[in-house]
Write a protein that binds this ligand. Sequence first.
Ligand code: HEM
Length: 467
Amino acid sequence: MSQTLPEKDQPSSRRVPSVSSTDANSRQNPLPQATIRETLQILRDVELPMIAKGPIIRRPKVVELVARTGWETQAVKRMQKVADRYGTGPLMLSTPKKMAMVLDPEHVHRILDASPEPFATAETLKRHALKHFEPKVSLISHGEERTQRRQLNEAALDTDHPIHRMAESFMPAVREEAEALLREVDAKGGTLEYPDFYQAWFRVVRRVVLGDSHRDDRQITDLTEKLRGDGNWAFLKPVDKAGRKDLLDQIGAALSKAEPGSLAAFMKDMDFGPEDQPANQVPQWFFAFDPAGMASARSLALLAEHPEHMAKAREQIAAEGAETAPMLQHLRGTVLESLRLWATTPMILRETTREVEFEHGVMPAGTSVLIFAPFFHRDERNLDFAHSFSPEIWEEPRTRDQWPLMPFSAGTAICPGRHLVLLLTSNFLAEIIRAKDVTLTSHSLEPGSMPGLLNNFTLEFELTSPA
Ligand code: HEM
C-alpha cells in the first residue's frame, strides 16, 4: 500500500504539485535515479567523509584531514550539482540497499513531520550503530515501544520547557566546573585546550545526569565512549555484549540511587509503560553531550573572532545576572549557529515503512532516506547568511514556512534534549567569558567566510583576566 504525504501548511512560494493516491503519473513513475557514476560521486563526497570521521564518536585524525582538505565544502557542492540536475527529487541512489537523497526543503519538512510513519526513525544503519550501546533507545525503536521511550525522554529532559524545571540544581555544577577549569587554565599559563574543556564539560554532564557523586566517575563515560567506538563500525563489528551489559547495569544502579538534584532524581517515579527502558535511554544522553561539548568550544571560537557578538553576549550576561538559571538568548543563538555551520548530526536518517508517493514518483518501502543538513544549512544560493556567523537568526523560533535549518532535527522526532543542551552550554560559556578575555590562538576565522569544518579537537585559546 502506498501513502500520500501530508501537504501541511505549505508556503505559497514553495508550493509543490499536489499528489494523490490516484495520481497516475506518480503511480507509474519510479523516482528519478542517480547513475552509478553519480552515486559513486555522492558516496565519495558526502557519505565517505561522514563515515570516516566517525558517525558515533569522532576520530580526531580524520576530522583534521577533512577540515584541512575542505571535504565538507566539497560535499555541499556535490549536492548542489545533483540538485541542479534533478530538481526537487527525492533522488534514488544506485546502491544495493535502497537509498534516497532529499533535495527539496519542502520534502525535508514533510518527511520529518511524518515520522515514525511512514518515515521510521529506526533506520537500518542507525540501528546497527546504536545497538552496540543502547539497543532499546527510542531513536531505533518503533511502534508502542518507541512511543513509551520517546515519552520518557521528553518527560525526563523536560522538553516543553526552555529552562528545565531542575535548572536551579544544575547551575552549581555548571559554575563550579567552569571555575575549576579556569583554575587549571591559570595553572597552565592561560592556555585553554580542547581536551581540558571536554573533561570539564563532562564533569558537568555526569553531575547533572547522575548526581554529584559521579563527578569523577570516568569509568561510566569512558565505557560509553568505547562502545560508541564499536558503534562507528555498525554491523562490521560484533556487539561487545559483556561491555554493553556492564554499561547498562552501571547506569541502572546510578539511576536507582536517584541522587538529589540530578536528572536521575527527576525521573525517579516516571513510568510510561513496561517498555520505557530508562537505562537504555541514558547512553544516548552521554553520547549526545559530546557534540554539545564540540559545539560549545566552537561557540567560544566564534565569539572570540567576532568581538561585537562577544560584547552582546556579555551585556546579556550582565543584564540577566540576577537570575538563577538565565536564558542567555544570544549565547543560545551562538551555540545554534555553531551547530548550523558545523552540524554535529550532518545526516538525518529515516526509513520508509511502506511505499510513499512524491510528486514525481513512488519511493519504495524499505528505503533509507538521507537528509544531509549542511546542504540546507550552507546553501548560499538560498541563504544570504550561509557562511556567516549570524546568531540573530535564532532570536525568534523558526517556523515550518522558513527554509529548513535543523541542528536538532525537526518534526516529531526533534531532539528532546535541545533546551537542556542550550541551557547548560550557554551557562557554561557564560561562566568563562564573564571571567576572562578570550583569544583564539589555533585558528583564524574570517567573518563571512566560515570554513566547511572547524576542527574542535585542535581548538586552543588564550585566556586573560580583563584589564
Ligand atoms: C549539541 C547537542 C545535540 C545535538 C546537535 C542533538 C541533535 C539531535 C538530533 C539531530 C536528533 C534527531 C535525530 C533524528 O531525527 O533522527 C536527536 C535526537 C535525540 N536527542 Fe539530541 N542532540 C544533542 C544533544 C542531546 C542531549 C544532551 C540529549 C539528552 C540529554 C539528547 C537526547 C536526544 C534523544 C533522546 C534523541 C532521540 C529522540 C527520538 O527518539 O525521537 N540530545 N538529537
